[in-house]
Design a protein around this ligand. Structure first.
Ligand code: NDP
Length: 394
């Protein structure tokens, strides 16, 4: 049996992971589930999957959760609280595999701890990798951990790599990655109307059902920017060798272009259980629960280059990766602040790239060789981004 810890179990990826794990309960045993505040959802998951551990990061909610568990039929579940507990459960001896599905920088330390402990890391939490870059990849190499991408695009690229490919290695004979993007809900909205888009419009993704933060990132295309940086790290490629392609049907999930002119693509219905099941079964395959792709329904596939004027966040991501050092950390931190403020309706949709741009301008790239430098850059960039927000709001 493979013991799995799901960081961010109550989120969109967490729920899909539990769905796949349940289909394969002969192979997977759920050891630990974590949430931040959503104790009702976590409680239902505990009743159904009976993990050994449940973590509630928020201390107030954890008190309530402990009472619920104590009075339930699953009172033997050990309940932990606080962010340090995430690292405790992601490194337990009987945990073989860790689904890193916390959203944002909050997922960095437990994901990195899992990598350092040599676990199989199923990486959805792209922000963790974008922030920590080479440090994360080195932790994977040094410990012998396995790193399997969950982001549908990166999972697709991984599937198109030569047999035996290991994340972080040179992708031999692959000359280009074609990183697909749906273009989000505002692919065709006149640019002058973007100023007034609402939160409800921004989180209504046309193809994928996802958490709120990544949905906004998809609408600004910062999601693709973060994925560009993620792809450079996972596949050891320079940004110049990665072409972002808008493919609105979201049937092809990305492609690899080889030196002989062959282009390999991975296709499927847009359902995250496909990459999740791929990574959980790897190097074999098992059922994901997703309907087979009806190829006759795919009448047309369109591909276009992204317009960096419409999507300035993508341009900023290119700038960050080209600058290197702490700049991807700064980009990510400023984006997290800006998206949160947009979701709280304090700023406009079009303020998001302005805040990130102004924030990045306050920092120089500097080199990154320790985790402390990253954590400081993350903290400083958040403070700077909040200052910029206050200037916009007042
Ligand atoms: P959701 O917002 O749906 O879920 C986030 C999860 O993280 C929840 O379990 C949440 O707990 C937990 N969480 C939030 N903040 C904290 C915190 N401070 N400390 C600990 N846990 C926290 O996000 P998604 O599932 O959509 O995305 C998760 C990650 O996967 C992101 O990095 C995203 O970019 C990536 N991803 C997602 C895809 C998708 O289809 N959704 C596709 C590809 C990548 P609680 O419920 O209690 O708030």
């Amino acid at each position: 049996m493979i013991g799995i810890c799901i960081l961010g179990a109550t989120g969109s990826i967490g729920v899909s992971t539990l769905d796949v794990a349940k289909r394969h309960s002969d192979k997977y045993k759920v050891i630990a589930l974590t949430a931040n505040t959503n104790i009702d959802a976590l409680f239902e998951q505990c009743l159904e999957h009976h993990p050994e551990y449940a973590v509630v990061v928020n201390e107030d909610q954890a008190v309530l959760f402990k009472q619920k568990i104590a009075n339930s039929t699953v009172s033997d579940i050990k309940v932990l609280s606080g962010s340090k507990a995430l690292e405790t459960v992601s490194t337990l001896d009987n945990v073989d595999s860790v689904m890193a599905a916390i959203v944002g920088a909050a997922g960095l330390l437990p994901s990195l701890a899992a990598a350092k402990a040599g676990k199989t890391v199923l990486l959805a939490n792209k922000e963790a990798l974008v922030m920590s870059g080479d440090i994360f990849m080195k932790a994977v190499r040094d410990s012998g951990a396995k790193l399997l991408p969950i982001d549908s695009e990166h999972n697709a690229i991984f599937q198109c790599m030569p047999a035996g490919y290991i994340a972080g290695e040179d992708a031999k004979q692959a000359r280009r990655i074609l990183l697909t993007a749906s273009g989000g809900p505002f692919r065709e909205t006149p640019v002058e109307e973007l100023h007034d888009v609402t939160v409800a419009q921004a989180v209504a993704h046309p193809k994928w059902d996802m958490g709120r933060k990544i949905s906004v990132d998809s609408a600004t295309m910062m999601n693709k920017g973060l994925e560009l940086i993620e792809a450079c790290l996972l596949f050891n490629m320079s940004p110049d060798a990665i072409q972002v392609v808008i493919h609105k049907q979201s049937i092809i999930h990305s492609m690899v272009d080889y030196v002989d002119g062959s282009v390999l693509a991975q296709m499927g219905n847009p359902d995250m259980r496909i990459p999740i099941a791929h990574a959980m079964a790897w190097p074999e395959r098992f059922d994901s629960g997703v309907e087979p792709l009806n190829i006759f329904d795919v009448r047309q596939m369109d591909f276009e280059e992204p317009n960096l004027e419409r999507f300035p966040c993508l341009r900023l991501a290119y700038e960050a990766i080209n600058a290197g050092g702490i700049m991807p950390t700064v980009l990510n931190a400023a984006n997290e602040v800006a998206v949160d403020e947009f979701l709280n309706e304090r700023i406009k949709f079009t303020d998001i790239p302005v805040i990130i741009d102004q924030c990045m301008a306050e920092f120089s790239a500097d080199s990154v060789d320790t985790l402390e430098i990253i954590l400081k850059a993350d903290k400083d960039a958040r403070e700077q981004a909040y200052k910029i927000v206050e200037g916009i709001v007042h």
